[in-house]
Design a protein around this ligand. Structure first.
Ligand code: PMV
Length: 334
């Protein structure tokens, strides 16, 4: 272990524009389909990892609460990957907080595991190699592989790590998050993916078609073509949810409010307020919009029945790391 055995990392959440659902290799957590995401400003996890010779076990304090063994399992697995890379055996104290609801389909595992791996590697004195961190984060939660980078990020099929995707600077978008419920989601994503693969007749069709949408989405994004990207974003989410609806029993993450927002987005589009929806493993709806229409769409979506609030997220930054920090900041900023 080198001089510094503590470090802090801040990683931003991301939302997939072209979705990942299903695992090709459960042991190594390799996705069955490629994915493309936007890192979000304003929604982040801040994590401090401190390795110590005095700890008998790894400890996790999440949002100020000491967690159970069950909650700790995946975090211990992430720490084990870093310990293996660094060649150390010391246990760690992990303090982590999200500035948005945990485990609710708002991608807390993406920012959470990215921040964990980045902080743990820095605390061990390992060099800041984002490709390595992305690969380790992927083994905890595949969407976390994408949160080590800001901007737009792809996790290509069969890749160990995520890569940046450059959009033209004129491509000025926001993602509006219409929060439709508070509280934890009903079915975890890993469990949902396994169940879909095992029981849904639509799963093979999803795995076959997702790469086609992904390739088209990359082309539209790199060309800065909002009008071409939007329908692909919607289709990716709907095909993913269709594969879950075909499972036995069906996985239904949507609530009444989810559908209300989907219909509102479609009718607002007909009025010239152009947004494209996407949904993950939860009832919230995220809407991709042009920045110049973000305020108007935020107001209109906020008035939809069942919507509790709408969060405006711009394109977020790279995750950041600070070595030698032992405490969470009083108020971390986005
Ligand atoms: O990486 P996980 O286990 O959090 O799964 C993410 C799954 C989706 O959010 C539904 C889609 C995605 O690509 O982020």
């Amino acid at each position: 272990m080198t001089s510094s055995s503590s470090a802090r990392a801040v990683a931003h959440s991301n939302i997939a524009l072209s979705k990942y659902w299903g695992k090709a290799d459960i042991g190594r957590n390799m996705p069955a389909v490629p994915s493309l995401s936007m890192t979000l400003s304003g929604m982040f996890t801040e994590t401090v990892v401190s390795f110590s010779p005095n700890l008998a076990d790894d400890e996790l304090v999440l949002n100020g609460r000491v967690t159970s063994d069950k909650e700790r399992v995946r975090v211990v697995r992430g720490l084990d990957l870093v310990r293996q890379e660094a060649g150390i055996a010391q246990r760690a104290r992990v303090q982590s907080r999200n500035n948005f609801p945990t485990a609710s389909g708002l991608a807390s595992s993406a920012s959470g595991f990215a921040a964990l791996i980045l902080a743990a590697r820095a605390a061990c004195g390992l060099p800041d190699d984002r490709a390595v961190s992305s690969a380790l984060a992927r083994q905890c939660s595949a969407s976390a592989a994408r949160s080590v980078y800001g901007g737009f990020v792809a996790l290509p099929l069969g890749a160990e790590s995520a890569v940046r995707v450059d959009a033209p600077s004129a491509f000025d978008v926001e993602l509006l998050v219409a929060v439709t419920a508070e509280g934890a989601k009903s079915v975890g994503s890993t469990e949902g993916m396994v169940h879909t693969r095992q029981t849904s007749p639509y799963y093979p069709a999803w795995v076959e078609h997702a790469p086609v949408l992904y390739e088209k989405a990359i082309t539209a994004l790199t060309a800065g073509n909002f009008g071409a990207l939007g329908p692909l974003v919607e289709q990716s989410a709907l095909l993913m949810h269709a594969s879950m609806l075909g499972a036995d029993p069906a996985i239904i993450y949507w609530s009444d409010a989810t559908l209300q927002v989907i219909h509102a987005v479609r009718s607002l589009r007909a009025e010239g307020l152009v947004g494209y929806f996407t949904m993950d493993a939860g009832p919230h709806v995220k809407v991709l919009v042009r920045r110049e229409q973000a305020q108007a769409l935020t107001e209109r979506l906020g008035a939809v029945s069942g919507v509790k609030r709408v969060m405006r997220c711009g394109v977020g930054p790279d995750a950041s790391i600070e070595a030698g920090v032992v405490q969470l900041s009083e108020t971390a900023t986005a």
